[in-house]
Design a protein around this ligand. Structure first.
Ligand SMILES: [Zn+2]
Length: 149
């Protein structure tokens, strides 16, 4: 996989992710939607980059705040079920219906739609666990791409 122009490694994203989250006027300016990767560096303003022609899409072109690129506690971390950073890190974390438990349970029931909801195209569980300072693994044994399709 390519690196972003900032040097960070990119994570492949499918055309369906771009179609769902990038405004049409930006999509219209691209030759194709293939070959883009997601940059998760918080200090880089590029959210999607393609090495072959250096096409880039800035985080502020998206209608949603990108978790990895912002620091507002009101931004979403779980785009499928609508939980913000404040929801996840707030009080009530020990409750059976705490956001992280709800997200995990919903993922396991196959209710997540990360590929078209989450700007990264992947499951948010790694970011949720990062916020909670837990082992940043996903709900699946590998990395969440299982339900990113
Ligand atoms: Zn970057």
């Amino acid at each position: 996989m390519d690196a972003c122009k900032c040097g960070a490694p990119l994570r492949a994203v499918g055309a369906q992710t771009l179609c769902a989250l990038v405004p049409q006027r930006t999509l219209n300016g691209l030759s194709s939607l293939d070959g883009f990767g997601f940059c998760d560096s918080p200090t880089c303003s590029v959210v999607y980059f393609r090495g072959v022609d250096s096409a880039s899409i800035q985080a502020d072109e998206l209608d949603v705040l990108v978790f990895e690129k912002a620091d507002e506690p009101t931004r979403l971390v779980c785009y499928c079920f609508g939980f913000t950073v404040a929801d996840v890190t707030g009080p009530g974390r020990d409750r059976p219906d705490a956001p992280d438990r709800t997200i995990l349970a919903n993922c396991r029931r196959g209710l997540a739609n990360c590929a078209v909801k989450n700007p990264s195209g992947h499951c948010c569980m790694r970011n949720v666990r990062g916020l909670l300072r837990q082992d940043p693994t996903c709900c699946s044994a590998t990395d969440g791409s299982a339900h990113a399709r």
